[in-house]
Design a protein around this ligand. Structure first.
Ligand SMILES: [Zn+2]
Ligand SMILES: [Zn+2]
Length: 254
């Protein structure tokens, strides 16, 4: 929910989007965090959430009715409080997460080294990406040299120290973020908060971890990030080619 009618003022977090949570989550810890997406807004950053006990009642009743709603006693909260409460209550198998990250790094690391040496990715004068075509172009001497197909994994904000998945970022073109939705689906399957939550406090390394998960999923050949005003845009490279190899030979003396 992002329209101004759905804003809420919180003493801790200021004015933010309003969110709905069952009362048990408010004070609780490790109570489970079940998400209820509005079918019209399946990529809501803050879907309604309730605890495992509420989920049991809901399953028994088969729907939200007087009984299940009374039990949940849904409360209105700010999105900052929602994030804190999600961190406290989400239950997951961290080993599954660590295994996923480890295998994803293991997959992309050697490929990325090869990508760097083959396309001299760190040596070009400039880069430009184009969301409409999902391309990253490396240029040298004012001319495009390497053209890469990209998919954005997400962005890291150095202002708020948060990671935001590309699918959650309304300013990004569908063309360049559609694959990130697969990772959200994978996260729902595995019950992993880091893959399901659209935005959360993180480090730049977390950004690489999430990017490597997308890289493995897409059988990518490399990963990359570009600096912006408030942080970095992370992406995976699924394909690359030299645009004009003979010129390159002269430029790099290769
Ligand atoms: Zn509950
Ligand atoms: Zn708050």
């Amino acid at each position: 929910m992002s329209d101004s009618e759905n804003k809420i003022k919180c003493n801790t977090h200021g004015t933010t989007d309003s969110t709905f949570l069952c009362r048990h989550l408010l004070e609780g810890e490790k109570r489970g965090f079940n998400l209820g997406y509005d079918p019209e807004n399946p990529y809501d950053l803050y879907p309604d959430a309730w605890c495992d006990e509420c989920e049991k009642v809901l399953e028994k009743e088969g729907e939200w009715n007087e009984k299940s709603e009374k039990f949940a006693d849904i409360k209105l909260l700010c999105s900052g409080c929602y994030e804190d409460i999600r961190d406290r209550n989400w239950v997951q198998d961290d080993e599954v997460f660590h295994d996923l990250v480890k295998s994803s790094f293991g997959f992309i690391e050697p490929r990325h080294q090869e990508f760097l040496s083959k396309y001299k990715a760190g040596e070009h004068e400039r880069w430009d990406w184009y969301q409409e075509t999902a391309k990253l172009i490396f240029s040298h001497d004012g001319k495009p040299q390497v053209e890469a197909d990209i998919q954005f994994s997400g962005t890291y904000s150095t202002k708020s120290n948060t990671w935001m998945w590309a699918w959650a970022n309304e300013s990004l073109d569908e063309k360049v973020k559609s694959s990130s939705r697969d990772i959200k689906a994978l996260g729902e399957e595995l019950g992993l908060k880091q893959l399901v939550a659209g935005r959360y406090p993180a480090t730049e390394v977390d950004g690489w971890e999430m990017t490597s998960v997308l890289a493995k999923h897409l059988n990518a050949i490399g990963v990359y990030r570009t600096p912006g005003d408030n942080g970095f845009t992370y992406m995976v490279i699924t394909k690359a080619k030299w645009i004009n190899k003979s010129k390159i030979a002269r430029l790099f003396g290769g």
